[in-house]
Design a protein around this ligand. Structure first.
Ligand code: ZN
Length: 325
């Protein structure tokens, strides 16, 4: 984990491994201090607090959760007394998608012989992701702490004269997607609307909304973008993300018309330059999402996560690449 100074008042903490749950966090060190996203477990959150402590004395008074996924909110509990801000939908959604006990059950099953054998037989992908998460994370003691301030479209903070705009852009990657714009310093904290040098995956949302959001970020003309995952970038990060999503949607459409399933399509689509991005088999989630749209299913149709991990696992195996999430 490293600390990067990105503008006069803005900093990023980056998880360089860039696998699933390796989310970035941000800090604006003015007006009481604002942290953007709080990491996926308590050891990572404590390390982030320590790094931000080098450039901001004391605990920040505000936290922004860019969306409802656990890797962005599971450190919330360490910010006792802070105002935690998120989109109107985020609190309710977190109860479902960021319930740490659900994931803990999977990790426990991977530890015990009989449940592990059962998992391997029925859900090899779920077992593989459990093993990977256990290498990287420790969910011990994680308790879900929900946002205390909810907003609808926009929320503005005045940090001793530095304006910060929270802009709701969901649903593209998730229902509650929010970007944090610091216009005076040309910085956007993009949350998981942008993944950099690692394969994105969208859950609840639409391709159209995601394209609109990336166009919005480009129109804000930031000098620096802190993506939700991966290294800090400029506007090219938004453009490459758009190109990837356009490519996957087009290829998915072609495969859909040929009558292939989303899994078959994910095994066949040429990854081109995106083969270099971390965890390329996560392509499956994006293909399946395109298929959902082609089948006219609602953007918030639930996912069977175990089956999705199995599909990502199957795609990696079929392509002869490392099984990685
Ligand atoms: Zn994330």
């Amino acid at each position: 984990m490293i600390l990067q100074h990105v503008s006069e008042s803005c900093f990023a903490v980056l998880n360089e491994k860039n696998r699933v749950c390796d989310a970035n966090s941000g800090l604006i060190n003015r007006g009481g201090g604002v942290v953007v996203d709080t990491q996926a477990d308590l050891p990572h959150a404590r390390r982030m607090i320590e790094l931000f402590g080098r450039v901001w004395p004391g605990m920040p008074k505000r936290v922004v959760n860019t969306h409802e996924d656990g890797d962005h909110v599971w450190g919330n509990q360490l910010f006792e007394g802070a105002e935690i801000i998120g989109h109107r939908t985020a609190a309710e959604r977190m109860r479902h998608v960021a319930d740490p006990t659900e994931l803990q059950k999977l990790l426990d099953a991977a530890d015990r012989f009989l449940p592990r054998c059962a998992l391997r037989a029925v859900h090899p992908g779920a077992l593989a992701i459990a093993r990977q998460l256990k290498e990287d994370y420790d969910l011990e003691g994680v308790r879900l702490v929900l946002p205390t301030t909810l907003f609808d479209e926009r929320h503005t903070l005045d940090l001793d004269g530095t304006e910060v705009h929270l802009i709701f852009v969901g649903p593209c990657h998730q229902a509650g997607d929010t970007i944090v714009h610091v216009p005076g310093e040309g910085v956007v904290f993009a949350g998981d609307v942008i993944f950099r040098q690692c394969t994105p995956n969208g859950w609840t949302g639409t391709y159209e909304r995601w394209f609109e959001t990336l166009d919005l970020i480009i129109s804000l003309d930031p000098e620096v973008i802190v993506p939700g995952h991966g290294p800090v970038c400029g506007i090219e990060g938004a453009m490459e993300m758009r190109a990837y999503l356009e490519y996957v949607r087009e290829e998915s459409e072609r495969c859909f018309e040929l009558g292939l399933t989303s899994l078959e399509a994910s095994k066949r689509i040429d990854l081109g330059p995106y083969a270099e991005w971390r965890a390329p088999a996560r392509l499956y989630a994006n293909v399946e999402r395109a298929y959902r749209e082609l089948r006219h299913e609602p953007a918030d149709a639930p996912w069977d996560m175990a089956k999705s991990f199995d599909a990502i696992y199957a795609v990696a195996r079929a392509r002869g690449i490392e099984v990685e999430f």
